[in-house]
Ligand binder design. Structure first.
Ligand code: AHR
Length: 763
């Protein structure tokens, strides 16, 4: 019989502990994956002011999400507001005319539930018309009538009751035979929003976020914060006040932003859940992924832009004697919101245009509001040119905190648990603003937990951290994985969510040093055989002179979206691939790739020509089946008819890869030699309680007995523990989590942490 090996954790209570940022664990909210309209924002009517257009999404228009009957016309001559430019005219001249809204995949109605209905309507001079409103379900309908007798836009408010419970209800507005009404806006809001707040948030989703107990909430993005083009840059002033007056816009993720969830609602939500607000404003430049490069606020308009930034601080914190402080009071919140952080920029290209805008905004904010801590940006990746330049620039200016982003494989997170151990303590602090390990399996959740133990151990220099993205609506996603999936009826927190919650709910004030004696090791299985394949997306491509080492392969011709795996293979230790690739024709945004390594069965690689809509040359990798970028992508564009001489030299079992194009090394991967830390630990104390919390991530395939002692050798007294554990590949996007944290019986100073588990224990 073999006994379970024992790992000893020695809590070094004899050494000084490190203070941990009280704001460390937070959430990142962006309107991506229909997180706002149709998601967290409780509005049940989709396209309530008929403002959808093809700029939002191909084929969309003012009547998207509405059905119509009878004579229904769209007009724009005298709209309700500049910001709701279309309205609907219902003519009952040939019998009744109606429009009916199906919400966002149906309207969810509860029998007996209360719904606040708001309609802006008008009729002709001297006329009077009856507008019948119905909440319709297959189990019945409730109705009420409005008498519309004003020629100018008039707001009508009424409360309706849900006739029956239904997920596919509709909201109908109808005029009778012979009458005419203009409708500019039609809204149905449940009264039972989160904390019953008017113009509020969907209760169950908001509660799921609150249940994490985040210390801060970042909003409104992400890329949404700086937008695709200057006109799409997120301007906070356009998102407050009466919902029909808000500046609606296309959402760069492919749909529409009503801005019903705007800055006032964000601040209020933060206050309601006890999270400090972290707004991210564009640093005067828009998204670097804009075709043709980022646009910037012209220098002669920069002062006005900076004033908007300063006004936001006043809106959040200003006294009632200030213009924006009194605006906040008018909106119903006289007390300040207690803004402490302000983010400037998101994943921007750190070039001269960015620098001069950022610097001008930063200096004015610093001068006017030295109490506000500014969060700068260091590009989209945890390494590379924007990362290096962003950090250098932030140090030069004395920015308080720098936002780093990392969407990487579980392997990367296991390798980077010590990333912040050596970060400079005298410079800006770190905001790990967006991170996630490309999946919702247990291995992903454990990789993130392992990384988070490193953030916590370095909670003196890592000020803030937030997983991204937060929300994703089933059937409407642009980005997977996410933390919380949902549809109209269900909220499905992922395994990754429970990791976030376990950290945030037991956050400590100090990180206690810990020694780990005999942790289980981990060695990545070696890949014996390498194979070679070619793939095309949207292109006709010819590959000639193909060879894997000395094995020649016949020419390969791929049609768009084709893939061909060559019949050759070789030892994975060391090999060279050669091919001449020529794009014959196809989509201007297409790409082709050379794939190699243990294809389909383990770790494999891809060199992609024209990724990111034909803008990059990217070396991808797939570790444990999770795709990742191996190196910073290089700007690149494929050209039709031009032969590309490709050579890839793999050595040291894939730890060293040279990527050559036309005889030159254009990319080179050399494994940094970081060990995958599959067993990681952090210990935190909380000054407000006698509690010490021990976190143990065991991402190996064997259980481990753990003994906990203090520095003088005294055995710890375990008082409780919870464990999240299961099969490493269990869990998936859009599915209920296969397991949740479970209490574990503990007594004395030892516990067994299961294979593939995350345990949080109190001593
Ligand atoms: O979280 C999704 C996106 O990832 C964010 O909008 C952007 O900042 C990052 O590239």
């Amino acid at each position: 019989m073999t006994s379970t090996p024992v790992t000893t954790l020695t809590i070094r209570d004899d050494l000084p502990a490190r203070a941990i940022s009280p704001d460390l664990w937070g959430v990142f909210f962006e309107d991506i994956n229909h997180a706002a309209d149709g998601g967290l924002y409780a509005e049940l009517v989709q396209n309530r002011s008929f403002a959808y257009s093809h700029a939002d999404h191909h084929g969309w228009g003012p009547l998207t999400a509405w059905r119509r009957h009878g004579r229904v016309e769209i007009h724009h001559t005298t709209p309700l507001s500049d910001r709701s430019p279309n309205y609907v005219r219902l003519f009952g001249d040939h019998g009744p005319a109606w429009i009916a809204n199906d919400g966002f995949d149906g309207i969810l109605i509860e029998a007996g539930g209360d719904y606040d209905v708001t309609v802006f309507a008008r009729t002709g001079e001297g006329a009077s018309a009856r507008l019948t409103l119905s909440l319709e379900t297959t189990g019945g309908a409730t109705q009420c009538s409005l008498v519309v007798d004003q020629p100018q836009w008039t707001r009508y408010r009424t409360r309706m009751t849900g006739p029956a419970s239904a997920a596919d209800a509709a909201f109908r507005l109808e005029v009778a035979n012979g009458e005419t009404v203009d409708v500019g806006y039609a809204s149905v809001m449940p009264v039972d929003t989160f904390r019953r707040t008017p113009n509020g948030l969907r209760s169950d989703l908001a509660q799921a976020i609150a249940d994490i107990r985040p210390r801060f909430a970042r909003f409104p993005g992400g890329c949404v914060a700086h937008g695709l083009g200057l006109d799409n840059l997120y301007r906070w002033k356009g998102t407050i006040g009466d919902p029909h007056e808000r500046h609606q816009d296309f959402n760069l993720w492919g749909y529409h932003q009503s801005m019903g969830l705007g800055y006032f609602e964000y601040f209020l939500f933060c206050e309601q859940i006890g999270a400090t607000p972290l707004p991210i404003l564009a640093a005067g430049v828009c998204c670097q992924n804009l075709v043709g490069g980022p646009d910037a606020v012209p220098l002669d308009q920069l002062d006005a832009y900076i004033q908007d930034v300063l006004d936001l601080v006043e809106f959040a914190n200003g006294g009632l004697d200030t213009p924006w402080g009194s605006r906040r009071a008018e909106l119903g919140h006289p007390a300040p919101f207690g803004l402490r952080y302000l983010g400037l920029g998101n994943e921007d290209k750190i070039d001269a245009t960015f620098r001069n805008r950022f610097e001008a905004i930063f200096r004015r904010v610093r001068e006017a509001h030295p109490e506000i801590e500014v969060v700068g940006t260091a590009g989209p990746s945890p390494f590379g040119s924007d990362y290096d330049n962003g950090w250098e620039f932030a140090r030069e200016l004395g920015v308080d905190v720098v936002d780093e982003h990392m969407y990487k494989s579980p392997k990367w997170f296991f390798e980077n648990t010590g990333r912040y151990d050596s970060y400079d303590r005298s410079g800006p602090h770190v905001y790990v603003g967006e991170y996630g390990s490309w999946g919702n399996r247990l291995l992903n959740a454990l990789a993130e937990a392992a990384f988070m133990t490193g953030l916590e151990r370095n909670g003196d220099v890592v000020r803030l951290a937030s997983y991204a993205p937060l929300l994703a609506k089933k059937g409407h996603t642009q980005w997977v994985p996410d933390l919380i999936y949902f549809d109209n009826e269900r909220v499905l927190p992922s395994l990754n969510y429970f990791v976030q919650q376990l950290f945030a709910r037991t956050a400590g004030t100090a990180s206690v040093q810990v020694e780990v004696d005999s942790p289980p090791g981990y060695t990545r299985p070696a890949q014996g055989t390498a194979r070679l394949a070619f793939q095309s997306s949207g292109l006709d491509v010819r590959f000639e002179n193909v060879a894997l080492d000395d094995h020649q392969v016949d020419d390969v011709i791929l049609s768009p979206d084709g893939r061909f795996e060559t019949p050759t293979s070789t030892s994975a230790d060391e090999y060279t691939i050669r091919a001449t690739a020529t794009v014959l024709s196809g989509d201007a945004e297409g790409n082709f790739a050379v794939q190699f390594g243990a294809l389909g069965s383990g770790d494999s690689f891809e060199w992609n020509f024209g990724s990111w809509r034909n803008r990059s040359l990217t070396a991808f990798v797939s570790w444990d089946g999770f795709r990742d970028e191996l190196l910073e992508p290089r700007p690149f564009r494929t050209e039709i008819g031009r032969p590309y001489e490709i050579e890839i030299r793999v050595s040291d079992r894939g730890h060293d890869i040279e990527y050559r194009l036309d005889g030159e090394v254009v990319q080179h991967f050399r494994d940094a030699g970081l060990a995958e830390n599959r067993f990681s630990v952090s210990v935190v104390a909380d000054s407000a309680t006698p509690r010490t919390t021990v976190r143990i991530v065991n991402a190996t395939d064997a259980p481990r007995k753990v003994a906990i002692v203090n520095a003088s050798g005294r055995r710890a007294d375990l008082t409780g523990a919870v464990t999240l554990s299961g099969e490493w590949d269990a869990g998936d996007a859009f599915e209920p989590a296969p397991c949740q944290p479970q209490p574990v019986e503990v007594a004395g100073s030892e516990l067994t942490v299961p294979a593939f588990s995350f345990t949080v224990a109190d001593v």
